[in-house]
Ligand binder design. Structure first.
Ligand SMILES: N[C@@H](CCC(=O)N[C@@H](CS)C(=O)NCC(=O)O)C(=O)O
Length: 218
């Protein structure tokens, strides 16, 4: 049985398809969720991020990845997809999604990790287009300030997360962000020892090892 909902491409009724890029930190976040939670899925790369049609992005009108293709329609954006993967896995009790903990140290760290990820995307787009006006100095300051805060306050935030846990959005997002900065040559992360340590620890997980950053080629 096939469905066309959410995208022009046919997908099997039972299957989930993560549409994204192997070089994308947002995509890596959802792939790690799917792998660590044992949710069967296929990965389908988008090769051309300059495309202007939503079809290329599995129907995402924002022209962004990742997207999760499913018969129920495609949730767009990383947090929504992680939430849907947790729902499908039936393992919600073992996972700390964004916003699940009221503690401000966690909420601020989640916000700053996501903010830094988006800021990095803006810096990459500015570099790609060669238009310096797209990367004003404030953007660089904003990224540095967010990383500084995360490095200084990571331990407090992690201590406020429920334990034991299989996975938290905060840890996965920080891992994907901090490993991505040197991969895209946006920042050295040497000045952020606590973040580097988290990456070293988390990098041993199966989901992390299976999703090493790479540039997809058609
Ligand atoms: N809010 C979105 C942001 C996704 C995003 O910025 N994805 C990047 C790849 S890491 C992208 O699609 N970049 C292409 C572009 O901005 O043109 C989410 O949480 O998934």
């Amino acid at each position: 049985m096939q469905s066309r909902r959410g995208s022009g491409k046919k997908i099997p009724m039972t299957d989930l398809v993560v549409v994204g890029r192997s070089s994308s930190h947002f995509t890596r976040t959802v792939r790690i969720f799917a792998l660590e939670l044992g949710v069967p899925h296929e990965f389908r790369p988008v090769f051309d991020l300059t495309a202007l049609d939503a079809e290329t992005y599995a129907g995402n009108p924002a022209l962004k990845v990742p997207v999760l293709m499913s018969v129920d329609g495609p949730p767009v954006a990383t947090e929504n997809i992680c939430r849907e993967l947790v729902r499908r896995s039936g393992r919600g009790a073992e996972v700390v999604l964004r916003g699940a903990v009221a503690d401000l140290r966690v909420a601020n760290a989640e916000e700053l990790a996501l903010h830094a990820m988006s800021t990095e995307v803006s810096l990459i787009v500015a570099r790609f287009t060669g238009d310096a006006r797209l990367a004003p100095p404030k953007l660089e300051r904003s990224l540095d300030g967010s990383l500084r805060h995360l490095d200084d306050h990571l331990d407090e935030a992690l201590a406020a997360l429920p334990a034991p846990r299989l996975l938290s959005f905060l840890e996965v997002a920080v891992f994907c962000l901090v490993t991505h900065l040197p991969f895209r040559d946006i920042r050295s992360v040497d000045g952020y020892p606590r973040l580097v340590e988290l990456c070293r620890e988390f990098g041993g997980r199966a989901g992390a090892r299976a999703t090493e950053y790479a540039f997809d080629r058609p």
